[in-house]
Design a binder for this molecule. Sequence first.
Ligand code: NAP
Length: 326
Amino acid sequence: MKAVRLHQFGGPEVLSYEDAPVASPHSGQVLINTIAAGVNPIDWKTRDGGGASGFLGDFPVILGWECSGRIAVISSHQGRSQEKNTQGADREWQVGDLVFGLLNFPEAGNCYAEKVIADTNHIARIPDGLDPLLMSGLPLVGLTAWQALFEAANLQSGQKVLVLAAAGGVGHIAVQLAKWAGAWVAGSASSYNQEQLIQLGCDQAIDYRQQQLDEVLSDIDVIIDAVGGETAIAALDCLADDGITVTLPSVSAAQVVDAATKKNRKAVPMRVSPNAAQLETLAQLMADGELKLNLDRVFPLNQVADAHLRSQNGRPQGKIILKIAD
Ligand SMILES: NC(=O)c1ccc[n+]([C@@H]2O[C@H](COP(=O)([O-])OP(=O)(O)OC[C@H]3O[C@@H](n4cnc5c(N)ncnc54)[C@H](OP(=O)(O)O)[C@@H]3O)[C@@H](O)[C@H]2O)c1
């Protein structure tokens, strides 16, 4: 198969489009013929030697943690398999099923490839009518937003939420999920994305270059921080006394948590985990029209370096996706 492999960490030039061996699925796994893979900031941070690089194992490694595709091989059974996923739902898999998932995170996901092995409790079916290409970009941002809002922050209907980087991959899903859950939602973005924030459902759109957060917001119950650093620290001044910031960029997490402690506020770091049941819920929300995933741009797999550069410039409007097959 063709895959994009790393033989060392470094700039976009270390992304090598080349032949790679195809693995066989073990018990509880399937082999997927990949249709598309999502690109996320963690991909280029890891390519550079940061991010999840410590979890990957020996070179060569294949980046990419989220994908969509068709099941090609099911371990240990001919064509059919029944199992319980970690959340207890019975699921039956068939060769040909269209699926999507967040695979193995933070260990190697191997999704920048024509074929990938997936644990069946890391994938969910794509409902009829949804575009598999688009669905490849949902797992990482969808699960991050879900787990940040409903697990880390335990968001309740009627609470006030601030999403930092509300037009970005995680942010635009977090805004929609918080609205769906009955929250009042403010979002921050540049002037370029203000209209986008309103379309997503933000009750208040904030231009972070023109407005200072603590001058326009107060008593926020939940901040979803997809920016980190000084921006996240300044936003702590908007929190209610018993509010919480869930800070996502790992590089500044300790700094944000320390600053919160000094300001007598609460901030917690979070790392997204694969979760099939949550993926099923997100897919159903997409099928019901309650949730939309914005597509920034599609690149063919062999132009992955351009896709990384676009993500690295920090201005994508929604998800960047690598198309691998029809
Ligand atoms: N811990 C985890 O499990 C986890 C999971 C997912 C993501 N993350 C991290 O979360 C961060 C965001 O990820 P993503 O996928 O959402 O990234 P993304 O799609 O690349 O988001 C970029 C967005 O950031 C916005 N932005 C930049 N500076 C900003 C500022 N000062 N205030 C408000 N918005 C600003 C940009 O909007 P404008 O163009 O309008 O400026 C752009 O829309 C990354 O650091 C990523 O690694 C962590």
